[in-house]
Ligand binder design. Sequence first.
Ligand code: NAP
Length: 217
Amino acid sequence: MTSISNNYADYFGSWALIAGASEGLGEAFAREIAKKGINIILVARRKELLEKLCSEISQKYQVKTKAIQLDLASADVLIKIKTETDNLEIGLLVYNAASCPIGLFFHFDLQQQYKVIDINVKGPMIFTHHFGQLMRNRGKGGIILLSSLAGLQGYPYNTHYSATRGYTMNLAEALWYEMRKYGVHVMACVAGATNTPNYVFSKQKSRSHKSKTNGSI
Ligand SMILES: NC(=O)c1ccc[n+]([C@@H]2O[C@H](COP(=O)([O-])OP(=O)(O)OC[C@H]3O[C@@H](n4cnc5c(N)ncnc54)[C@H](OP(=O)(O)O)[C@@H]3O)[C@@H](O)[C@H]2O)c1
């Protein structure tokens, strides 16, 4: 068996796909994986950021890059992602994006709650199901699903987000067991507070909301 320390691209496969990669933790994953010599596919909505990052990564780490502009909440997400990746060996998948609305559960209508499920639950399930099967057939690969400390227990005012973070954690944990006999590594990244653009924005939003409502969210 190839040693992981020798050649990451041989060990996992030649491409990594990072879903939610235009900034923050997704961008950091992309840079770290590219450093190991794996080609990078970046997925997010903001095309300009993706293209800028692709060109920076390919120059700095001498790997191939590809940007896919896509809303992970869209209904045809699998068709789009298959069209863009079917001829590439995706050996690493990082599902990073999440939606984290802050406020009382009942302040959000069902359409808003469905969107959280599309990005935080359906997205990781679809990507893991699709790419995980291909990895299983190849007998190698790796999947990282972003979760959160907020997934370890109910988190008031982040109620739905926190429930969905529990989903990705349990999905990854159970799949770790199922997939290891096929040579596919699966893990959840249970992140704590990390200084990303989205974290800073959420904190400011939460503070301004509290000041308007005399301390309650
Ligand atoms: N930062 C923290 O303190 C913290 C703590 C615990 C866990 N986490 C977890 O870590 C992960 C990353 O967090 P983050 O702070 O870096 O910010 P984030 O807002 O969760 O992720 C940002 C990335 O996701 C993309 N994205 C968001 N919605 C998308 C959509 N509908 N379609 C396509 N791409 C989308 C954004 O790009 P576009 O806007 O360009 O689409 C951006 O590249 C999340 O899963 C989060 O739950 C973060």
